[in-house]
Design a protein around this ligand. Structure first.
Ligand SMILES: O=C(O)CCC(=O)C(=O)O
Ligand SMILES: [Fe+2]
Length: 279
């Protein structure tokens, strides 16, 4: 394959790598490993090498989408629902919403997802593919965007609430945690240092934010934890926790996980928000 286009994502990734102190030869090797043709690799590296010199770190985004909290609202009207603003944290940006998903919607999502559950795969940044992950012992599946009326309605509500274009969202992911299952602390953005990341970024750019919605609460355990700041969000049905990360960097303090479920079953739906249209 020759004449592979140098996408903005590839350029961005190369710039970030150089800024992080990786050498041109090491970048060239990892890009080849990830399947980038030599022409594209060389062109991309040559193009950004000069302009990357002197860059200290990947800059934070000047502005990020997010809910309108300008008047410190207790509720946000999403057109079809009055969502509660229960808690806000600035650093990291974490918002807890109440009454975001109705009981009927929670049930409908669980029922539609149940038949399609498989042991969760996570996106494998080393290859750009998917792989079984020992850090995540839940079962999961993805809905297509707008796949059924409940999914479509919820996605429209989320887009309005977060002021995030519907098309920038990935399909909803549903996870079921049996007793003992957990999701160890991780970041949701794609690690810029992994060679498979440019491939992943071609589909909608980076993840910039996450909304985890609780569809069924366990009897014990299963909080969403943010270890950097000692925050635990209780997995209460209908509630959602939103967090955003303006750059793919641990300094965003968005390390988070699903604590082990101690009794009962926990079900969540996750919506990841990208920087561009996700198709
Ligand atoms: O289950 C949770 O509380 C967290 C889920 C999560 O981190 C994710 O889906 O990325
Ligand atoms: Fe996550």
């Amino acid at each position: 394959m020759t004449g592979q286009a140098i996408s903005p994502e590839l350029r961005e990734w190369v710039v970030a790598q150089l800024a992080a102190g990786h050498s041109i030869p090491s970048l060239r090797a990892s890009m080849r490993e990830a399947g980038w043709h030599d022409d594209a690799t060389d062109a991309a590296l040559a193009e950004v090498e000069a302009q990357a010199a002197g860059l200290a770190a990947a800059p934070a985004r000047a502005s990020m989408p997010g809910p309108d909290l300008s008047n410190a609202p207790l509720y946000i009207d999403t057109g079809d629902r009055r969502v509660q603003v229960l808690q806000t944290l600035r650093h990291p940006r974490v918002l807890v919403f109440g009454d975001l998903v109705s009981d009927e919607e929670c049930e409908a999502l669980i029922q539609a997802a149940r038949q399609r559950l498989a042991r969760s795969l996570t996106v494998e940044t080393k290859t750009g593919g998917e792989a079984l992950n020992v850090d995540r012992t839940s079962d999961g599946m993805f809905f297509e965007r707008g796949e059924n009326p409940v999914v479509a309605r919820l996605e429209q509500r989320i887009a309005t609430l977060l002021r995030w274009p519907l098309e920038f969202g990935e399909g909803l992911q549903v996870l079921r945690y049996a007793p003992g299952a957990q999701y160890r602390p991780h970041y949701d953005y794609f690690d810029p240092g992994e060679p498979g990341t440019p491939t992943i970024l071609r589909r909608g750019g980076q993840r910039l934010a996450t909304l985890v919605m609780y569809l069924q609460e366990p009897e014990l355990g299963g909080a969403t934890t943010f270890p950097d700041v000692g925050l635990e969000v209780a997995p209460k049905r209908g509630t959602g926790v939103f967090f955003s990360y303006e750059r793919p960097d641990p300094a965003t303090h968005t390390l988070h996980g699903g604590a082990p479920v101690l009794a009962g079953e926990k079900w969540v739906a996750t919506k990841w928000l990208r920087e561009r249209e996700f198709r």
